[in-house]
Design a protein around this ligand. Structure first.
Ligand SMILES: Cc1cc2nc3c(=O)[nH]c(=O)nc-3n(C[C@H](O)[C@H](O)[C@H](O)COP(=O)(O)O)c2cc1C
Length: 184
């Protein structure tokens, strides 16, 4: 698969098989993130522990329920909805709290990971919902367990795994977005 094919076939996968990701594939995905353009520090925490992933999932679910944000509350009330969608791998990208360009640094790394996962035949999704839980002072010890250092803030996360047959919990058709103006 070339880069164009990865860009055009990548899609957000929201249902996963209970099948682990090979270590060699995981390492390629992480390394792809590390080669992204960047302008600052960030930490990549790879959550391989299923029990810890479940606690992050449940804490996120709880924050979505109590978010007061209609879109999130609608999503989380869908029968069987889990914020981490049962993915066997969770990758957290965090940065020093006051560091500039943090969202850009981590999102560029995340996109590289999504494209690398696509090339490897794996499903993936960029998610920010775990920030609701892991950036909340109530969950500081959970964030520490998840490898987010003191003084760091979670910016975004990537989930990876083998896609289930039905991509449940989609948010609509995949579409080309953004407006374009060529200026000559
Ligand atoms: C800033 C941002 C936050 C997102 N957070 C979530 C999330 O928490 N959960 C989720 O399922 N998808 C999340 N997404 C994925 C988008 O819903 C998805 O990329 C969009 O619907 C387009 O679909 P596609 O990725 O299949 O092209 C997020 C995307 C962005 C850019």
């Amino acid at each position: 698969m070339n880069v164009s094919e990865a860009i055009f076939t990548r899609e957000s996968i929201r249902a996963y098989l209970d099948k682990p990701v090979l270590t060699e594939d995981l390492e390629k995905i992480i390394e792809a993130g590390q080669w992204a353009p960047n302008a600052g520090e960030f930490q990549i925490s790879v959550i391989r522990n299923g029990e810890l992933r479940k606690r992050i999932n449940d804490a996120t679910h709880n924050k979505m329920v109590h978010s007061g944000i209609e879109f999130l509350q609608e999503r989380v009330s869908l029968p069987g909805y889990q914020p981490l969608y049962g993915a066997p791998m969770l990758i957290l990208l965090s940065t020093p709290t006051e560091s500039p360009y943090s969202a850009a640094n981590t999102s560029l790394a995340a996109e590289n990971m999504l494209l690398q996962a696509t090339e490897l035949g794996l499903g993936s999704c960029y998610i920010v919902s775990p920030t609701l839980a892991l950036n909340d002072a109530d969950n500081r010890s959970l964030a520490q367990e998840a490898g987010i250092p003191d003084g760091y803030k979670l910016q975004c996360a990537v989930i990876v795994g083998y896609a289930a047959a039905e991509n449940k919990f989609g948010v609509g058709e995949r579409a080309k977005r953004g407006t374009v103006q060529y200026v000559d």
